[in-house]
Ligand binder design. Structure first.
Ligand code: SF4
Ligand code: SF4
Length: 378
């Protein structure tokens, strides 16, 4: 089949298998690849060490498929018809990022890419080479998405499509096939700075520059240990990820709604009640988040986040839940329960903190108590 016909049939098939967006870019070392290396050097990836692995492969996919000629970028819309986090302000409830309400998108995206890759093999010469990735591969997927024309990289660092918005998962197929290429999507952010202005932790240092170490998505999902004291207030009630810089984006005002049921919120996960979540046992957590992106934090990381949201609420009604967490077997949970207790009780927590300090077997938790006592005493 000639490149033009093959390209058209691959794109048709991509829509048939369920993708909402598809575009094709040539192989290249784009300016974004250099930017990525600088971003790593500045330490903006925080503890995401996997980002530092294979930076050369990320920058040039010919390290993955040696005679690669094309990258087929595919997008799936995950936007469901529920309000944005910026529309909700119930302090008794937390916020889970929109992408994590339903099933884990990796499985769904992989299944669609598998089908598309199978189709390409059937239609192509026998020496076709293909590799596909969703998130996991060392590919700069947003940059390839941009050069494939499926969206531009916004000042909030997300890929934005002018029809669908930014609620999009991206996956790609790298191949040695020569195909017809799309033109890069133009940047349509213009003079807008709403995402930068709205970011509660100042993680968007300037347009297109995200310091993950300050980003709530990083702090509540990627960071495995204690969340720095000075960043907890900005987390507000976000208990898994953060949607704010996408919620305020004008391109998401009329974002399309997906037809895919897999992304609809599981029962109780849309703007969930914090008290219920703080009491999840290990079995409850496993059951509730089976095949869900939320399981990534494990129970201890998730309840850590819930306790920060409780502390930020200042609600006395949460005290029984927080007190139960003070005796959780996980030191990470106890450490953040101490903070939540102090945030809710204020200086009235001092006596309890001194008592906890004596009984606490874990050094990390004792350090946390000491840090808070120092704030109380200062
Ligand atoms: Fe800021 Fe939240 Fe966007 Fe991260 S996800 S850059 S914290 S608004
Ligand atoms: Fe671009 Fe404005 Fe959207 Fe930010 S909020 S990504 S500046 S359009």
């Amino acid at each position: 089949m000639r490149p033009l016909h093959l390209t058209e049939s691959i794109k048709n098939e991509a829509y048939q298998v369920g993708f909402d967006l598809v575009g094709i870019s040539p192989i290249g070392v784009f300016p974004e690849s250099q930017f990525y290396k600088e971003w790593l050097l500045k330490g903006h990836a925080g503890e995401m060490k996997y980002m530092e692995r294979n930076p050369t492969k990320r920058a040039d996919v010919r390290q993955i498929v040696p005679d690669a000629k094309s990258v087929i970028s595919c997008g799936t819309n995950y936007n469901t018809p529920y309000p944005y986090s910026t529309d909700e302000d119930d302090k008794m409830r937390g916020w889970i990022a929109r992408y994590a309400w339903g099933d884990d998108y990796h499985d769904l995206m992989r299944a669609r890419l598998d089908k598309l890759a199978g189709y390409i093999r059937e239609q192509s010469p026998h020496d076709v080479d293909l590799r596909h990735y969703v998130d996991t591969g060392p590919v700069l997927e947003r940059a390839y998405g941009k050069y494939a024309g499926i969206g531009w990289i916004g000042k909030n660092a997300c890929l934005i499509n002018q029809n669908i918005g930014s609620w999009v998962f991206i996956g790609e197929i790298i191949t040695n096939l020569e195909l017809e290429y799309d033109t890069p999507a133009p940047d349509r952010c213009g003079t807008c700075t709403r995402c930068i202005d709205a970011c509660p932790t100042g993680a968007l240092l300037e347009p297109y520059q995200l310091d993950s170490r300050r980003c709530i998505s990083y702090l509540t999902i990627e960071l495995k240990g204690i969340i720095p004291l000075e960043l907890r207030e900005g987390i507000d009630n976000n208990i898994f990820g953060c949607d704010i810089c996408q919620d305020v984006c004008p391109w998401n005002k009329k974002a399309q709604i997906t037809q895919d049921d897999s992304f609809a919120p599981r029962t109780g996960l849309y703007n969930p009640e914090l008290s219920y979540l703080s009491r999840l046992s290990p079995d409850d957590f496993r059951g509730l988040f089976k095949d869900s992106p939320v399981k990534r934090t494990k129970r201890k990381g998730f309840i850590r986040n819930v306790l920060i949201a409780m502390g930020n609420s200042g609600e006395k009604k949460f005290l029984p839940c927080v007190e139960e967490c003070l005796s959780d077997r996980e030191p990470l949970i106890r450490a953040h329960a101490v903070w939540a207790l102090w945030r809710i009780k204020g200086s009235g927590a001092e006596e309890v903190l001194l008592d906890l300090m004596v009984k606490e077997p874990d050094e990390g938790v004792r350090n946390e108590i000491e840090a808070i006592l120092n704030i109380v005493g200062s």
